[in-house]
Design a protein around this ligand. Structure first.
Ligand code: ARG
Length: 484
């Protein structure tokens, strides 16, 4: 047996070295090395717990902590050599610790298994990433709010079936995404509640035979408490699945927003124009300006859903407790984290630098009888049952189509051909502005309701932690001002 095989933690039991193929197949170092900080942080807390329980001496503890801190620096500086025979990040760090400080390093793994160790690392890692993602979501909400606040007058058709339906304020449309993102942040916060429990002390599966104080480890590592059942502690990857579920729903929203931006920046719509900095050109067609960024966000949604499915499938029907299958949790999780962060980070500045063509938006509301519902509601207010009012207005629309007119072009005389309940004021009622103003229920697109929505959103965001840029609206920034 080679030296490197004798050095393996299980070297005692084995007569033969690991096959080269198995080493390459088994290793998780290429991806789980990103957990090194969390692994070291967890190990330091564990060393302190061992010391507190009188299992290792004070001097040994100091040596271990110093060694681990140095290893962290070595990895950060790129001076650490990762090799496949160390299997995973946990063994790589421990192996290096023993190499550096000898005997004392061999005591670190007392009362701990890689099973509870990896469960801890994953929780520490994801906790940090969730905080970052929440802040990025807040940034995107801020960007939406900035655009909305800077274009409070802009009106565009609201669509159903991608057919022009009723006029709405652009700010109202953007606040719809604001709400969806707020729910996303709520889902991540909810995932965090269950994730934020400390699993160390579960050992391999049955618990730890040393009197380590799990609560103080939890406290030191900033957890809200400890996990309740040792077998569940090492078997549970719900938090990864929940995270990927929340990420998938977030991507539903980002993909819908992206789709709209792709459509809106087409020549057919021309409602918006993405800035050059957030667009790309064609290698052959000189005239092209392509919305690659929202297209890619839309496309990347696929991998985030795929990762969720991968995780669910890996975990399906696994017997308790730890199984090596679970090493396959990392790549889908890490890819989800990276993808979601990348999408959020690029969308916010893209929105802020995008040009809004409110003239085109308004023009689109003129065509397509968007205020037909308002004409029907007019009749309802004059005692006509809604079904009948719908029919009468439908006839007026058909007439307009035949005559090549809009509802706003009809004279009172023309309106009266369909119902004698129409009065002079119908002309005002079918104007875009009056239609907007009439939708005055809470949460409706009436300008005063939308203003209230904008104010509420601004108040909410003032309490949130954005990832960058501070909580300043474009207006404040232009004024060089500061919001608290
Ligand atoms: N690399 C492993 C993983 O990611 C760590 C846990 C290994 N435990 C074990 N008993 N082999 O799941």
């Amino acid at each position: 047996m080679k030296d490197k095989d004798k050095r393996k933690p299980w070297g005692g039991r084995f007569m033969e070295g690991t096959d080269r193929l198995v080493e390459a197949f088994n290793t998780s170092i290429p991806f789980d090395r990103r957990l090194f900080r969390h692994d070291i942080r967890g190990s330091i807390a564990h060393a302190r717990a061992l010391a507190k329980a009188g299992i290792i001496g004070k001097g040994e503890t100091r040596k271990i902590i110093r060694g681990l801190t140095e290893i962290e620096r070595e990895i950060e500086a790129g001076e650490f050599t990762f090799s496949d025979d160390m299997e995973d990040i946990h063994m790589a760090v421990e192996g290096r610790l023993i190499e550096k400080i000898g005997h004392a390093g061999g005591k670190l793994h007392t009362g701990r298994s890689r099973n509870d160790q990896v469960a801890l690392d994953m929780r520490l890692y994801l906790r940090e990433e969730i905080e970052g993602i929440e802040a990025l979501i807040t940034d995107l909400q801020l960007a939406l709010l900035d655009v909305a606040e800077n274009h409070t007058e802009a009106v565009l058709p609201g669509y159903t079936h991608l057919q022009r339906a009723q006029p709405v304020l652009l700010a109202h449309h953007l606040l719809a995404y604001y709400e969806a993102l707020k729910r996303d942040n709520g889902r991540f916060a909810d995932c965090m509640k269950r994730l934020n429990r400390m699993p160390l002390g579960a050992g391999a599966l049955g618990g730890c035979p040393y009197p380590i104080d799990r609560d103080s480890v939890a406290k030191e590592l900033g957890f809200k408490g400890v996990t309740a059942n040792s077998m569940d502690s090492v078997s549970d990857r719900d938090f990864c699945i929940e995270f990927c579920g929340a990420a998938s729903i977030l991507m539903v929203h980002l993909s819908r927003l992206s789709e709209e931006l792709v459509v809106w920046s087409s020549q057919e719509f021309a409602f918006v124009e993405l800035s050059d900095a957030f667009s790309t050109g064609s290698s052959i067609m000189p005239q092209k300006k392509n919305p690659d960024v929202p297209e890619l966000v839309r496309g990347k949604t696929g991998r985030v859903y795929g990762n969720l499915m991968a995780l669910l499938t890996v975990m399906k029907a696994l017997p308790l407790a730890y199984n090596k299958d679970m090493q396959e949790d990392k790549e889908p999780l890490f890819d989800t984290v990276d993808t979601v962060k990348g999408c959020l980070a690029v969308l916010a500045p893209m929105l802020k630098t995008m040009k809004i063509n409110s003239g085109r938006m308004l023009e689109a509301t003129r065509d397509g009888f968007l205020t037909a519902t308002d004409a029907a509601d007019y009749l309802v207010k004059r005692g006509v049952p809604f079904r009948e009012a719908h029919h009468i207005t439908g006839q007026a629309v058909a007439y307009c189509i035949r005559e090549g007119k809009g509802l706003e072009d009809l004279s009172l005389e023309e309106w009266r051909r369909f119902s004698n309940r129409f009065g002079e004021d119908i002309k005002e009622v079918v104007s875009v502005y009056s239609s907007l103003k009439s939708r005055d229920t809470e949460g409706g697109t009436a300008p005063r309701r939308v203003k209230a929505g904008l104010r509420a959103a601004r108040r909410e965001l003032d309490r949130m932690k954005p990832a960058s840029g501070g909580n300043l609206s474009t207006k404040d920034r232009q004024a060089g001002g500061r919001r608290k």
